[in-house]
Design a protein around this ligand. Sequence first.
Ligand code: SER
Length: 588
Amino acid sequence: MISSGKLKKMYLEFFQKNGHKVIANASLIPENDPTALFISAGMHPLVPYLLGQPHPSGKKLVNIQKCLRTNDIDEVGDNFHLSFFEMLGNWSLGDYFKEKSIRWSYEFLTSKEWLNIDKKRLYVTIFAGDEKVPSDTESARIWEELGFPKEKIFYLPREDNWWGPVGSTGPCGPDTEIFYDTGKEPCGSECNPGCSCGKFNEIWNNVFMEYNRTPDGEYELLEQKNVDTGMGVERTVAVLQGKDNVYEIETFLPIINRIKELAGIEEISENQTRNVRVICDHSRAATFLLAEGIVPLNVEQGYVLRRVIRGAIRHGKLMGIEEEFLSALSQIVIETYSEDYPHLKSNEDFIVTELRKEYKKFSNTLARGLNRFNRIVRNKNKIDSKDAFLLYQSFGFPIEITKELGLENGIFVDVDGFHEEFQKHQKVSRVSADKKFGSGLADTSKETVKLHTATHLLNEALRRVLGKEITQKGSNITQERLRFDFNFDRKLTDQEIKDVEKIVNEQIKEVLPVKRIETTLDEAIKMGSQAIFEQKYVEQVSVYSIGDFSVELCSGPHVENTGELGQFKIIKEEGISAGVRRIRAVLE
Ligand code: SER
C-alpha cells in the first residue's frame, strides 16, 4: 500500500530525478498577496516568478504545499472535497512546456516503477477554446501520441479547463486535467469527467501558464511560458489505496476512529457520514490554521478559523458528543503530521488552548441559538436577514452555520440580506480596509516598499529590545502604514517603544545598503536569518540583509538603502490575542 508519506517522497524523487529543485512548503498565509486570505494552490507563492522574476532555485521546481480553499468548505462531506489539503506541484518557469509536462505526469502515474495506476481508469480533459483563446489542440495531440484513446479525451469550456489567475489579474492559462474513474455507474448518458456526480475523481491538473490576465479582462501572451501542476495528496492516496473517498485513507483513519469513540458508536450510520466527515476535515483545518498563529475572530483568517471550529462543534453535538472534543482530535492531527510539519508540535499548547477557549465560548450559546432558530422557524418558516443577524450577533452563529441549518431543515435563509445587515452594523471604512489588505504587501508602490524595509528593521529592533525569542506572527503593509504582529505577552513600556524607534531610526541614518542574497537554507540560518516555518526540503532561499543589522528570509521587494526611508514612528501598540502583540508604525 502506498501511504501519503510514500507518495510525497516518490513525487519529490521523480521530479528531482528529472532536474527539479525542491522548494519550501510556504505558510498558509500569503506573504505578499493582499488579495487572498490563504494559500490555495502551490503556485500561489510563485506568482512573481511566473511573471518573470528569477527564482533562486532555478527554472524547474517541485514541492508539497499546504493549501486551504474557503470556496470548498461548503462542499466538505462529499467523497473528495476538503478545505485543508496538501498539494504536490511541479513547475517550469520558462523551461519545459506541454510535451514534457504531460509525458512526465503520465509516466509518474502509470509506470510500474512509480504509481502503477491502471491506464484504463484514466481520463483527461482539454480546454475547448472560446472567443478569447483557441482550443488547446497541442495538449490533445500529445496525449494521443502517448497512446491515450481519443474517446477518453474530453474538450471542456473555460469554467472547467482554465486555471488562474489567483486574484483578478496575473498568470493563467488552459489546463489539462487527469481523472480517475472510480468505477461508479455514470449518472446519465452525458456523464463525463467534468461532471460532479462523483464517478470521476480529478487527481492532477497541468496548467500551461502562457497568458497574463490584464486589469481590463484581456489575455496577453506571457514572454515566459510556464507550467504549473497540482496533484492533491489525499485524493491520489485514495485512488492508490482503492478507496472511493478520501476519509478512508490511512492519515484520516485515526481521526475518524477517535470521532467514533467520542460519539460512542461502532459503525457510522448513513446519516452520520456527513457529520463525521465535516468534523474530520474541520479539525485538520483548524489545527493547521492555529499552528500559523491565527486565532478565532470575526474577520479575515480568524473568521474562517472560527467558522470551521464552530461548524465542527455543531456537527459533534449532532452526533451526541457533549464534551469538548476538538482538542483531542487536534492532538491526533499533530501526531499524524508533525514529522512533515514540526511547527504543529511546537504550537501544540497554543492549538489546544485556543480550541478549548473557542469551545467554551460557543457551547454556551449554541443550544440557546438552536432553540431560537427553531422558534423562529415555527413562527414564520424562514430566516430573514434580521433573524440571521440576531443568530450571528447574540448566539455566535457564523452565517454559514445558519445557512447549513436552513438546508438541513428545508428552510429559506436570507444570506444576502444578512450581509447587508452586517454591513450596516460595521464601521464601514474599517471593514473594507481590512478586507482589502488581508496580509502582506497591499501593492508594490514606493511607499509600501519603504514600509516593507522598515518592517525588517522593526523586527530586528524588537528582538534587540525585548529578546531573541521575538518572531513575526503576521505582517500587513499598505502605502500609509505597516502593521506587524509578534509574540510577546505583555504591553510594551513607553521606554521600550522609544528604544525600538531609536534603533530603527539609527539604522535609517546610517544609510545601510539592502542586499538580496541567494543562498542555501543552512547558510541563511548560519547568517542568523529570521527563518519561517518548516523549510526542511529547501535547497536555495532568498535572503535580504540590511547592512550588518538584519538578515531575513524574504522574497522582497525592498528599497536599495535605508536612507530612503524617512523618520520611523510607532503609532499604536496593542494586544490582539493571548501572547500576540500588534504594532502599527509609519514613516514620516
Ligand atoms: N494551480 C493549479 C491547481 O491548483 C495547478 O497547480 O489546480
